[in-house]
Design a protein around this ligand. Structure first.
Ligand code: MEV
Length: 427
């Protein structure tokens, strides 16, 4: 098929697009966008995610996006060595975790979780007597429990299910709302499906009991009943002395006091966290939303980690954040790469996965702060970035490392310089 000129006669109204095969959709998209054959062939290579599977995961599939998975070494978590697969497009992220973990390898990270409880919210408006309605709902706890548990007998058999009901009276722009929280133990599932089903099932009853109108029935990503925690000690001699320790603490104090800095500080934490969440096929946006909402829980956005000097004068770091991740359901279960990553991690519970992820977040943050408080991140970052630039300039094989090295030595990591260096190398 000859692709039309880009921008000519293009309509995004493609009837039955969703019913077509990935191949047919690719052809349509290629025609729309004027893609050349090489680009279309590139899109057709679905890598290690079989096309029929990809086509079932989301709608209107035409291709897959490959992101490298790197493995973080040196991690010891609760006394057990683990290799942590991390899927990320950003250089230095994996190296940062390896470095932080190496500097505390002897003792490693200690972790815990607050539970595996998820929250579903049901919104009721126009309730005539909100305070009494709240009590009417609380009185029906047993009935609510049996309706919720009946939605997911398997979850109940596995030890999960409804745990509690809470009712909040909320002042809003649209008047008073009665917000019911279902607290559900979702065990090894992330739990979105389980709690959303329960919320939808209970909603008509809530409408009846409150006398109001029910609109939203959906989980909360502020999963603050599912906190994961990790802490570690970095000995002074391992990190380069008291001034490094003090620099890291000062960096933390900066983030704790300033949302502009805290956003970047937490972004670095999420570099590590989201990479493991993605590698295991979990919902990275759910975890990101939960993390940032938790960071603002006291009304001002702040740091997810803390650093202190312990009784021995060493650096004591800790992290606590919601981590709604699961082992069953969703992409985790069907994506073969996610399954392979879970095998590498050797986790058999969602709780253990959350604990490992928390430790990775802390490790990531430690390395970022250490670099920022000392040499800065550009030297380390640029070494890796230089390789990307070398590749972009056309370097292949051994040329990549060689060109990158020259760029770093000259302290000019730019594509035009890389092209020049490559040209000289090739004579
Ligand atoms: C870059 O992706 C992450 C950092 O900016 C994190 C931080 O500043 O703490 C280095």
């Amino acid at each position: 098929m000859t692709p039309p000129q880009h921008g000519h006669n293009r309509s995004s109204r493609i009837a039955g697009f969703h019913r077509k095969s990935p191949q047919e959709r690719r052809e349509l998209v290629a025609a729309f966008a004027g893609l050349d054959d090489e680009t279309t062939r590139h899109l057709a290579d679905m890598g290690n995610l079989p096309a029929p599977l990809a086509d079932k995961m989301i709608e209107n599939v035409i291709a897959t996006m490959n992101i490298p998975i790197g493995v973080a070494t040196n991690m010891k978590i609760d006394g057990e060595d683990v290799l942590v697969p991390m899927a990320t497009e950003e250089s230095s992220v994996v190296a940062a975790v390896c470095n932080a973990a190496r500097q505390t390898y002897e003792e490693g990270f200690t972790t815990s979780v607050s539970g595996t409880l998820m929250i579903a919210q049901v919104q009721a408006v126009d309730v005539p007597d909100p305070y009494a309605a709240r009590l009417r709902l609380l009185e029906r706890r047993d009935e609510i429990k049996s309706i919720c548990d009946a939605c997911d007998p398997l979850l109940v058999r596995l030890g999960g299910g409804f745990r509690d009901v809470e009712v909040r009276i909320l002042d809003t722009l649209g008047g008073t709302m009665v917000i019911t929280h279902l607290i559900v133990d979702t065990r090894d599932a992330m739990g979105a499906n389980a709690v959303n089903t329960m919320a939808e099932k209970i909603a008509p009853h809530i409408a009846g009991w409150t006398g109001g109108r029910v609109f939203l029935r959906i989980l909360s990503n502020l999963a603050d009943r599912r906190l994961a925690r990790a802490h570690a000690v970095w000995k002074l001699d391992a990190i380069g002395g008291a001034s490094v320790r003090d620099g890291i603490i000062s960096a933390y104090q900066f983030a704790a006091a300033d949302p502009y800095r805290a956003a970047t500080h937490n972004k670095g934490i999420m570099n590590g966290i989201s990479a493991v969440v993605l590698a295991t096929g979990n919902d990275s946006r759910a975890v990101e939303a939960g993390a940032h909402a938790y960071a603002a829980r006291d009304g001002r956005y702040t740091s997810l980690t803390r650093y202190e000097i312990n009784g021995n004068g060493d650096l004591s770091g800790s992290i606590e954040l919601p981590l709604a991740v699961g082992l069953i359901g969703g992409a985790t279960k069907i994506h073969p790469t996610a399954q392979a990553c879970l095998k590498i991690l050797g986790v058999t519970t969602a709780e253990r996965l959350a604990r490992i992820i928390a430790a990775v977040g802390l490790a990531q943050n430690f390395s970022a702060l250490k670099a920022l408080a000392t040499v800065g991140i550009q030297s380390g970052h640029m070494a890796l970035h230089a390789q990307n630039i070398a590749i972009m300039a056309g370097a292949v094989g051994d040329e990549v490392e060689a060109v990158a090295q020259v760029l770093v030595e000259q302290k000019t990591v730019r594509i035009d310089v890389a092209q020049e260096v490559l040209g000289r190398m090739r004579g």
